[in-house]
Write a protein that binds this ligand. Structure first.
Ligand SMILES: [Zn+2]
Length: 76
């Protein structure tokens, strides 16, 4: 089991400052964080088991929180 206390909370989007970032999964093999407001996203992390998925989510959360975010200039 993975202890929840190691799970960081997602911070606000560093690009648009909105607090609407969430973890998205893609094709059941990778996860990333995406901003629901501006569409900026973190890098993706791959996983191949439920435990790896938890680790992957922690990883993308951490990367998001330290500002490793790819800006998406959607609709501009
Ligand atoms: Zn944003």
């Amino acid at each position: 089991m993975i202890n929840n206390e190691f799970m960081e909370e997602l911070l606000s989007c560093p690009i648009c400052q909105e607090d609407c970032a969430y973890i998205e999964s893609e094709g059941d093999w990778c996860v990333y964080v995406i901003c629901g407001h501006c569409g900026s996203r973190s890098v993706t992390a791959n996983y191949s088991s439920p435990e790896e998925r938890v680790r992957a989510e922690m990883q993308v959360t951490h990367l998001w929180n330290i500002g490793k975010v790819i800006a998406e200039r959607r609709g501009e």
